[in-house]
Design a binder for this molecule. Structure first.
Ligand code: NAP
Ligand code: G4F
Length: 345
């Protein structure tokens, strides 16, 4: 007798939709989710030159079958496209990493920053709310909130610390934070804020201070530049390693209840310490000879001191940072020295 063949239910992989996929965090989160078996949809902006360097290694030809990494054109300024993408992709999880993310630049283009970094979040939340109401499907939401929202509130900062933002960027992020909380409370969305402190890597944008210094040191070592021009050397930040932080984003969306979490290392260091360590890693003495101060890099209002208290994430998510300041700086400087062929093992 022929045995009846049991039908094995096909395991449906989860679908994630990411804004900011071309950025530092977007690239690491895409790698992380693909390894977990997700189908990843990323939103990219049309540009006149290629802007996908950080995700080129993940690219799959559109003609390939069973693609799991799919890119769509879109912009956080464009509510129609945001809505269309949510309905088309039908994501289980949405990660809003897209932003005008540079604090100094936000003083130059405050209205644009408010529109993208602030109202852009509202556009996504509105799309998700409508999608859930019309289809009955759940799409969980992660908002890339920032320690910049704490501004002048004294450290250490945790989930209960008040926001006193000091920049158009910090204010736009605070708008997004509260909008996320409001859509959770008012409409029952599964929406979380990850309040992430500075996190860096070899893929960090070249105008953020860690990468600017790492790259500048390598260029000096290679004889290409004579000085690095910087602003405030006394500011203190809690710097962690970006690939570890994207796991925390994912963990927040795997919890039973949507909540907000602070993510950081719990240590702070000054920009001056960063400079000293970076030059010493490259075996360059007398770093003072290679640093110039240029007032254009000062901010009209500065955030002086950030240190995370990530206790809630440790207890509830089981998340702890592994890479601390020294290892992070050494890793970034080594990567830049290699890029300029001046690395000495
Ligand atoms: P990033 O490298 O600057 O990436 C920003 C991303 O946003 C890029 O993919 C960029 O696209 C995209 N974007 C910019 N304007 C957009 C628009 N109008 N519409 C759609 N997308 C747009 O930033 P990141 O370091 O990966 O940070 C990711 C998120 O976390 C950001 O929201 C940032 O504000 C926030 N955050 C970062 C940190 C940190 O220390 N890294 C800490 C706290 C919070 P293009 O490539 O086309 O420019
Ligand atoms: O590297 P930064 O530009 O990062 P900042 O302003 O802390 O913002 C980053 O972290 C936030 C989380 O707190 C994110 F939300 C945000 O998207 C971004 O990723 O500057 C760090 C510190 C500042 O105090 C700045 O004044 O370095 C000081 N600094 C001194 N000279 C400089 C420079 N910063 C930059 N970018 N360039 C300089 O020449």
């Amino acid at each position: 007798m022929q045995q009846e063949k049991k039908s094995v239910p096909e395991l449906k992989h989860k679908i994630a939709l990411l804004t900011g996929v071309t950025g530092q965090d977007g690239s690491y989160l895409s790698e992380f989710l693909l390894k977990k078996g997700y189908e990843v949809h990323g939103v990219i902006r049309r540009a006149s030159v290629f802007n996908t360097a950080r995700i080129d290694h993940l690219f799959q030809d559109p003609h390939e079958e069973n693609k799991r990494f799919i890119l769509h054109y879109g912009d956080l300024a464009d509510a129609n496209t945001v809505r269309k993408l949510v309905y088309q992709v039908q994501p289980d999880e949405v990660y809003n990493l897209g932003a005008q993310s540079h604090v100094r630049v936000s003083f130059d283009i405050p209205e644009y920053t408010a529109n993208i970094t602030g109202v852009g979040t509202l556009r996504i939340l509105e799309a998700i709310k409508d999608f859930q109401e019309h289809t009955g499907k759940l799409a969980k939401f992660y908002q890339a909130s920032s320690s910049e929202m704490f501004g002048s509130s004294p450290p250490p900062q945790n989930e209960l610390t008040s926001f006193r933002p000091r920049s158009p960027y910090g204010i736009a992020k605070a708008f997004s934070y509260y909008t996320t909380v409001n859509y959770r409370e008012a409409y029952g969305l599964f929406a979380c804020n990850g309040i992430l402190f500075n996190h860096e890597s070899e893929r960090r944008g070249e105008t953020f201070v860690t990468r600017k210094i790492a790259r500048g040191v390598a260029r000096i070592k290679a004889g290409l530049d004579k000085k690095i021009y910087l602003g405030n050397l006394d500011a203190r930040r809690d710097w962690g390693y970006a690939p570890e932080y994207v796991e925390a984003m994912w963990l927040m969306l795997q919890q039973r209840e949507p909540e907000d979490y602070v993510i950081g290392t719990g240590e702070s260091h000054s920009v001056r310490e960063l400079v000293e360590l970076a030059f010493s890693r490259a075996s360059i003495r007398a770093w003072q000879d290679y640093i110039g101060i240029d007032p254009r890099y000062y901010r009209p209002a500065e955030v002086e001191h950030l240190i995370a208290d990530p206790s809630k994430a440790r207890v509830k998510l089981g998340w702890t940072p592994k890479t601390k300041f020294h290892e992070l700086v050494e890793r970034m400087v080594d990567a830049s020295l290699k890029e300029y062929n001046v690395y000495e093992a």
